[in-house]
Design a protein around this ligand. Structure first.
Ligand SMILES: Nc1ncnc2c1ncn2[C@@H]1O[C@H](COP(=O)(O)OP(=O)(O)O)[C@@H](O)[C@H]1O
Ligand SMILES: [Mg+2]
Length: 230
């Protein structure tokens, strides 16, 4: 279980997250929704330990991880697929994947089951990350995160700007990772249809606060209209 208690996050003096309280049970799939600029990415970065300053508490399976550095949080079982994917363009696919294994608690190389999720990776192992399409880079970023052997996976807009045929495949893999492998997922999405299909629960953000939350069936069109329409 991952618990965020009274979490504030700052960029300089500006308090971007304000009093976030969220609990994600093991094996649960939570979608974090909201318009651009409300703090979704900041929330992901806070969980990872990538912010200069946060206050409040972060507890993973009973252990307070607030004081841990990012690489220690990774070893504790939190993996991140950042918005924009974060693939290293001058590293090969194999090298990008190997970076993921470094974050694992008991590294096990480039595990076959991960490659099986995205078979195209096998053909491109020696290609530079920067030469893959956006959709392929997203698949690589997900595979790299999985090689860190996460209990909790954070995915920040994984379908953003990706060609439709690959979107479907990515959605399917993310859903299966949760359903079949029991990986806890925190997904940031603008794609409400995907969030509805895949999630157990949702949290809607406005200006750094959670303004609505609940079981995914309670995510009404009216809530979507009120908090997500541009
Ligand atoms: N590196 C930064 N420095 C200062 N302000 C930032 C930085 N990154 C984001 N912000 C601000 O924090 C707020 C939340 O941003 P972000 O978490 O990226 O929102 P979202 O992911 O929901 O679009 C925005 O007002 C944004 O301008
Ligand atoms: Mg964002």
């Amino acid at each position: 279980m991952l618990e965020l208690a009274d979490l504030d996050a700052f960029y300089g003096n500006s308090r971007t997250l304000q009093g976030i309280n969220l609990t994600v049970a093991s094996g649960e799939f939570l979608s974090v929704l909201g318009r651009n600029g409300v703090g979704k990415t900041t929330l992901m970065r806070s969980i990872l330990g990538l912010m200069d300053r946060i206050t409040g508490r972060l507890v993973l399976d009973g252990t307070d991880i607030s004081a841990l550095r990012t690489h220690q949080r990774a070893k504790a079982g939190i993996a991140y697929v950042p918005q924009g994917r974060g693939v290293l363009p001058r590293f090969t696919v194999r090298e990008n994947l190997t970076l993921g294994t470094f974050a694992a608690k008991s590294p096990n190389g480039i595990e076959e089951w991960v490659i099986e999720l995205f078979p195209m990776l096998r053909d491109f192992l020696n290609r530079h990350g920067g030469n893959l399409s956006g959709g392929q880079q997203q698949q690589l970023a997900i595979a790299r995160a999985l090689l860190a052997q996460p209990k909790v996976m954070l995915l920040d807009e994984p379908t953003e700007g990706i060609q439709p045929n690959i979107v479907e495949q990515i959605e399917d893999v993310i859903t299966r990772l949760n359903r079949e492998r029991g990986i806890t997922v925190i997904l940031v999405e603008q794609n409400v249809a995907f969030a509805r299909r895949a999630s157990h629960r949702f949290a809607l953000l406005e200006k750094g606060r959670v303004v609505a939350r609940g079981a995914i069936a309670e995510l009404t069109d009216e809530l979507v209209q009120r908090h997500m329409a541009v």
